[in-house]
Design a protein around this ligand. Structure first.
Ligand SMILES: Cc1ncc(COP(=O)(O)O)c(C=O)c1O
Length: 364
């Protein structure tokens, strides 16, 4: 039986040719495709500006620097990819964690308690599930900025608006396995704020105001033209791919609804349209279940087995210990990501479901 991977990027000839054309005909850096991609991405998210950068991590770092968080605190969730919190540190601020909620696995608005030194709250739309933005805005208060970590949520909707348009700024990753990629590393920042957008354009390009004049300490954090050309073709497919991801999620949910040993992810509502970057179930015997699937040639992954505050570098730097964020720690022990990607077939979904059902039937 063929191996089912946990994710698989879609690459077509059109994407590869667009990339080759860009290298042949445009400036390799800040060529025409970069600006077209930015325009199209801004239109897609419904924001005034989109500024492309070299990764999702750089998007987060630059957005936080442009928002002047240095020396202050940024509240975020410990249940995320480590880059979320690393960006806070690299921007010269202190990461302050607030626990995740079992309800949607996202930053729990009830746990967000800003203090005088809080500059920003950074919710993550984890696994493609939009965070509860209205409640988070209320918890943050008016003076505190909200930066969306939308690295896993291209196209997700919250109350009729796209992820990327829900905070003061939002950051996307185009890493290979994301809902859309640029054929390598890449990222994007979206915002409606003109000044912020202008600052970000400088920051990503060595702090340049004009060819030989630099008025801020900038970075080399641009998206390559070839990657932008690839991304433009991917963006055209994003909605159809997200629709397929949702159909896969519905099929999993329907087939697995009578397995009492597992908890299924939230499937969305009138207000929330998730994009299932990952399809994450919860199980007490997560590792044993993963082994059963592995034996049937089905790949799984764990996002994330160690919450950020318990990673060695965070324990050493900030003195966190087990028990600090109990819900995130509990979830980290239970989560298991099943295969989900646009070209996954219904038969493959059924194979995964059968393996899970057999695993538990064998134990009853
Ligand atoms: C939630 C989250 N934040 C940040 C990042 C960082 O993005 P990148 O890998 O493009 O730097 C990722 C993805 O890797 C992510 O999933």
């Amino acid at each position: 039986m063929n191996k089912i991977p946990v994710s698989r990027p879609t690459v077509t000839d059109e994407m590869v040719e667009a990339m080759a054309e860009a290298v042949r005909n445009e400036r390799m850096v800040l060529g025409e495709s970069v600006f077209k991609f930015e325009e199209e991405f801004a239109r897609y998210t419904g924001t005034k500006h989109a500024i492309s950068v070299s990764s999702g991590t750089d998007a987060l770092i630059l957005a936080l620097i442009a928002l002047n968080v240095r020396g202050k605190e940024v509240i975020t969730t410990p249940l995320s990819f480590i880059a979320t919190a690393n960006a806070v540190v690299h921007a010269g601020a202190t990461p302050v964690f607030a626990d995740a909620s079992a309800k949607d696995l996202n930053l729990d608005p009830a746990e967000v308690r800003p203090v005088r030194g809080t500059a920003a709250v950074m919710p993550v739309h984890l696994f493609g599930q939009p965070a509860r933005m209205d409640e988070l805005r209320e918890a943050a208060g008016e003076k505190v900025k909200i930066v969306e970590d939308a690295c896993q949520a291209h196209g997700a909707m919250y109350k009729g608006r796209k992820a990327g348009s829900l905070g003061d700024a939002a950051c996307f990753s185009f890493y290979a396995t994301k809902n859309m990629t640029v054929g390598g590393d890449g990222g994007m920042i979206t915002t409606d704020d003109d000044r912020l957008a202008a600052d970000l354009r400088k920051l990503r390009d060595c702090g340049r105001v004009s060819r030989y004049v630099h008025d801020v300490f900038g970075f080399t954090a641009r998206l390559n033209t070839a990657n932008a050309a690839f991304g433009r073709v991917q963006l055209k497919h994003l909605d159809e791919w997200n629709e397929r991801r949702r159909a896969i999620a519905r099929r999993y949910a329907e087939k697995l609804k009578d397995v009492p040993e597992i908890v299924l992810p939230p499937m969305g509502s009138k207000d929330i349209v998730p994009v299932f970057h990952l399809f994450v179930i919860q199980a007490d015997d997560r590792d044993a279940l993963a082994r059963t699937l592995e034996a049937r040639n089905i790949d799984t992954a764990v996002h994330y087995p160690v919450p950020i505050h318990l990673q060695p570098v965070y324990k050493d730097a900030f003195g966190f210990s087990k028990g600090s964020y109990p819900e995130s720690e509990r979830l980290a022990d239970r989560v298991l990501s099943l295969p989900v990607f646009p070209t996954l077939t219904d038969e493959e979904v059924d194979r995964v479901c059968e393996a899970i059902i057999d695993h538990y039937e064998g134990k009853r």
